[in-house]
Design a protein around this ligand. Structure first.
Ligand code: MEV
Length: 360
């Protein structure tokens, strides 16, 4: 059996802006993972996951034994990850085989509600890692990230891939996305193997960063899941009556991310926290100007409580529910924040930043 684990992630700054190619964001991977276990099978492939209920998702190959056939092919991240690796395997001339995948997640609660820690990204990354080993493709970490991004944009063309980079490389990263429309086109015209090394793609877009040693991270879960895709669409296509000052948002977001990364370099926790606070203000303005509920009532409460007691706080990722983060200096007692969160139905998620492993 092959077993691969991929961590979830949190957005620390730069969300929404990062959807524009070249715009930077800061993310951190967390020490909660999705695990994919792969075993070889004979007559069909099965994917066992709580996402599909009790019955596994079953696929077979076409009469040539090559392509995957599903009667009703849902837009599914696992299947998209399988398809992209299958296309690469086929172009390498490696013979097709059947396999079963068993997926388990630490990124949901006991009843399967998602925390919003990037489970789609993590399952895509872990599936690709498992198949890389199964077919002995010998992919580099950056190639696995690139495959994960190609698999993801086949389903969600706007996705920045920040979650995939965090999940692939671990630790804290600065990330900026490539031109996904150009990559998608390149893949369609020239195939996956060529897309991995095309000129549209300089590198992974990720660099490792190290936060000030005294920075502490708290994560609160609102209990209501959000739809990232829906929110991103809304922010990027505002109604006529509300022209969106998206350009000024992206340039202010870039300034914030740059200042945050500089503060990390200088080991300056106070400046880092100031820029997290500023990121929250930018997201609030973006929400107002686009008519999107990025900061829901529960997220506002979560952040206000943390700010009242001296931390810097913001929604993580698309907002609209899911979770929020509070960062503070180690000297700040966090007991009051946690007590108030609990009193208002905000659950603390006990997790820590994931330790970076391997280069980028
Ligand atoms: C969602 O977690 C973060 C967004 O920036 C979308 C993306 O990066 O794909 C809103």
């Amino acid at each position: 059996m092959i077993e691969k684990r991929a961590p979830g992630k949190l957005f620390v700054a730069g969300e929404y802006a990062v959807v524009e190619p070249g715009q930077p964001a800061v993310l951190v991977a967390v020490d909660r993972c999705i695990t994919v276990r792969l075993t070889e099978s004979q007559d069909a492939g099965r994917v066992h996951s709580s996402e599909y209920g009790q019955a596994p998702l079953v696929w077979v190959r076409d009469e040539n034994g090559e392509n995957i056939v599903l009667e009703h092919r849902p837009a599914d991240y696992v299947l998209s990850a399988i398809s992209i690796v299958e296309e690469l395997r086929s172009s390498f001339g490696a013979p097709p085989r059947y396999f079963d995948l068993d997926i388990s997640s630490e990124l949901d609660d006991a009843s399967g509600r998602k925390f919003g820690l990037g489970s789609s990204g993590a399952v895509t990354v872990a599936t690709i890692a498992a198949l890389d080993e199964f077919y002995a493709l010998g992919l580099t970490r950056t190639e696995r990230y690139k495959l994960a991004l190609l698999a993801t944009i086949a389903i969600a063309p706007n996705a920045s891939g920040g979650d995939l980079a965090a999940s692939t490389f671990g630790g804290w990263i600065r990330y900026s996305s490539p031109d996904r429309a150009a990559l998608k086109l390149h893949r369609e015209v020239h195939g996956v193997a060529s897309a991995l090394h095309c000129s549209e793609w300089a590198g992974s877009g990720a660099t490792r960063i190290i936060p000030p040693e005294s920075l502490r991270l708290l994560v609160g879960w609102t209990g209501s899941p959000a739809s990232t895709e829906h929110l991103v669409k809304r922010v990027h296509t505002p109604g006529d009556e509300k022209p969106l000052p998206f350009e000024s948002f992206t340039s202010e977001s870039r300034a914030c991310v740059d200042a945050l990364v500089d503060a990390f370099d200088q080991d300056d926790a106070a400046v880092a926290l100031e820029n997290i606070r500023q990121t929250r203000r930018l997201l609030q303005r973006l929400g107002e100007s686009s008519g999107s509920r990025i900061e829901t009532d529960q997220l506002r409460l979560l952040c206000d409580i943390a700010e009242t007691y001296g931390a810097a706080a913001k929604p993580s990722g698309a907002g609209g529910g899911d979770c929020g983060i509070a960062l503070s200096d180690a000297s700040l007692p966090t007991i009051d924040i946690l007590r108030e969160w609990e009193r208002h139905g905000i659950q603390r998620l006990s997790l820590s930043p994931h330790r970076a492993e391997g280069g980028i």
